[in-house]
Design a protein around this ligand. Structure first.
Ligand code: SF4
Ligand code: SF4
Length: 414
């Protein structure tokens, strides 16, 4: 069999969709509706150990990247992750284990941070910006706002020198405050930031029947009625948001603050394959394992139709190399509308994530990305700066020199 992927990535959800927060725009907590009511959503010892053993064995590289996500994985307590670390040690052999933990940060305490530092975890912390912006949609099940608890978590991560990046969701309202958000992160010592556009559709009949709060993604290439949820960012406003942050970053902070979105763009201008699936030609080889061992094609496609198998009965490599996963992956490329194929930004956009492709192109073709107008504007805007950074890199100079170029006497031409 021809190998389609060189490596296997499986993001693990050891407590499924269970979370202590009830963020209004979350696409994952609703997944409880897919399980029986009495489900406890906690991964069993048997599934955990099988997953860790098989996942390590499946890696051909010397480094094994584990990603733990939810729901909220810290609900399992430090003791659970101490067991994870012990199992990883048991099966690692000569391989190096690298762990990432995605969290809302509200349950972090000294004991957690001590553990995260000792085991060198990279933490992804969900924080949308200043209090008013963050608390617009991110609150506890009781309705209590979460900002203060997240900030306490952030301060502890800093105190214990745990490596972390901030994942910041760009909702409709947040998109109007780009500089307020960016300056807030800077002021609070955040060095790595990723902006995530919030695009969700209101549930259709099928989703309502399944008990879901959002419509499931269309099959790649299909058109859906554009009933976006009220918190969905407007397409052009998302482009304007990125442009405003980019304009201040490119003048002041290149090399000091890492806005991952701009680093992905630079990869495209350098002619490299994208390291993030949304800007790659095809969907990634990043599978997801739920608490019951079921493995799915992608975090955004955890629905019965996209289940590939179970970790207890299948090998990770067989799942990722399966025909079903390959079809899923190819659908992104094959479903790209002609409108995108002739777009000047296609090399950096590739039609973005199929989850967002539910519009028609101006000539009536299905599968245009909802965020298209924003991406076109943003990618056109950053083009001259990206060209300068590419030239600097080609001449073995740091891309941060773009800030000197902007100050003159050279001119960045649009
Ligand atoms: S559907 Fe979107 S998130 Fe999932 S693999 Fe494809 S590009 Fe990535
Ligand atoms: S910017 Fe729009 S037209 Fe261009 S590739 Fe992206 S989605 Fe397609």
């Amino acid at each position: 069999m021809m190998r389609k992927y060189n490596s296997v990535h499986i993001l693990a959800k050891p407590i499924g969709p269970v979370c202590n927060l009830n963020c209004q725009y979350c696409f994952y907590t609703e997944k409880k509706a897919l399980y029986p009511k009495q489900e406890d959503y906690v991964i069993s010892d048997k599934i955990l150990e099988t997953f860790i053993r098989k996942y390590i064995e499946a890696q051909s590289a010397s480094e094994v990247p584990f990603v733990w996500q939810g729901g909220e994985p810290t609900l399992l307590g430090v003791e659970f992750f101490q067991r994870v670390a012990a199992l990883q040690k048991k099966y690692a052999g000569e391989k190096k284990i690298v762990n990432s933990l995605q969290t809302n940060g509200t349950l972090l305490n000294e004991k957690w941070c001590d553990f995260l530092k000792e085991h060198d975890f990279l933490v992804g912390l969900s924080l949308d910006g200043p209090e008013k912006i963050h608390d617009r949609y991110r609150f506890a099940c009781s309705g209590e706002p979460s900002f203060k608890n997240v900030m306490r978590g952030l301060e502890l991560l800093q105190k214990y020198q745990v490596s972390f990046n901030v994942l910041s969701c760009v909702t409709k309202e947040a998109s109007y405050e780009p500089l307020q958000i960016y300056q807030f992160f800077k002021k609070n010592g955040v060095k790595f930031i990723q902006f995530i556009p919030i695009v969700e559709r209101l549930p259709d009949e099928k989703a309502v029947a399944m008990g879901l709060r959002h419509a499931a993604p269309t099959s790649p290439g299909a058109v859906a009625s554009v009933q976006v949820a009220p918190w969905t960012v407007e397409a052009e406003a998302y482009g304007d948001f990125l442009i405003a942050v980019f304009d201040t970053w490119v003048r002041n902070d290149v090399g000091r603050i890492h806005v991952i979105n701009f680093e992905w763009a630079l990869e495209s201008w350098l002619g490299l394959d994208s390291t993030i699936c949304v800007f790659a030609k095809q969907c990634g080889a990043a599978l997801v394992m739920e608490h019951d061992g079921a493995v799915y094609s992608c975090d955004h496609f955890v629905y019965p139709a996209y289940e590939l198998g179970n970790i207890l009965t299948s090998e990770p490599d067989d799942l990722v190399q399966s025909q079903k996963q390959w079809q899923f992956s190819l659908a992104k490329k094959e479903g790209l509308p002609d409108y995108c194929k002739v777009c000047e930004a296609e090399f950096a956009c590739h039609g973005e994530c199929p989850k967002h492709r539910f519009l028609e192109t101006p000539d009536g073709e299905e599968g245009l990305n909802y965020l298209c107008a924003g991406y076109k504007k943003y990618l056109r805007h950053i083009h001259p700066y990206m060209k300068v950074m590419r030239q600097l890199i080609e001449n073995s100079l740091p891309p941060a020199k773009v800030m000197d170029v902007i100050r003159g006497p050279l001119i960045v031409k649009h």
